[in-house]
Design a protein around this ligand. Sequence first.
Ligand code: HPA
Length: 287
Amino acid sequence: MRCRNPSFRTRSSKVSGRFSSSLRTVRKRIARHKPEIGIILGSGLGLSEASLADAISIPYTDIEGFPVKRKGHDGSLLVGSLGNRGLAILQRRFHLYEGYDVTDLAYPVKLLHGLGIHVLIVTNAAGGIKKSLSPGDFMAITDHINLTGEDPLIGFEGGRSTMSPFVDMTFTYDPDLIRLARSVGRKTGIRVADGVLAAVKGPSYETPAEIRMLKGLGADAVCMSTVHEVIMARYLGMKVLGLSLITNYAAGILQERLTHQSILEAAGKNRERFERLITGIVNEIPV
Ligand code: HPA
């Protein structure tokens, strides 16, 4: 059978060549580091390089084959240790609204998996829909609703791979990791709620009517990312923890306009709490 999705033509020399080039570049640069946990940082969220021991930062533009579309893309892969855990942190993600293909969004996850990582923490900024969520709260994602119309597994027709693209999504977000996140939240005095995340394509924010619709569908928060990375992670058998930082009330909940700038600022303001929460979680994740 033929495979139309280029990221699955793992035996085709061109594509597997591209992926192995990416992997080779990163392996060479990180030398003796053996990252065990991958983290994808959402808009405005950060972990300082200074908090990692033996940190190595690799700009995405230095990673051969990495799907960087724009010159001056400021993303980098940060590898280092936190306590006795090896981390690989993607300091910026790709979005559909930037013009990336869905397979580009999932590529960094494949790379983390290729480095031997089996636990993935995905983070994002999200608008709170459920009444009990306020800006500054964290939400452990219990489930998601992918409304982007995109799936990184589309086009997979089997090829020579024995892995099925019909991935079970029943237990997508690991219940033990959700419990762990909530328990670390209690210990550190950081509120960690839980809820269902809806993902839309963006970049326009939702209308108040769309937010009412999302609420009716069962969404507690909304973002423009994350779900495609998570689908790829589940395809590859990785354990996933998803954490949303609620940066704003979703459109129409308050009689206020949303701006990208104010959302980035809200994320920035919570950077220290985010760092404390992630550090606590990472230290307790069994690997
Ligand atoms: N909608 C979509 N994405 C978001 C929002 C929002 O309100 N806030 C942060 N990311």
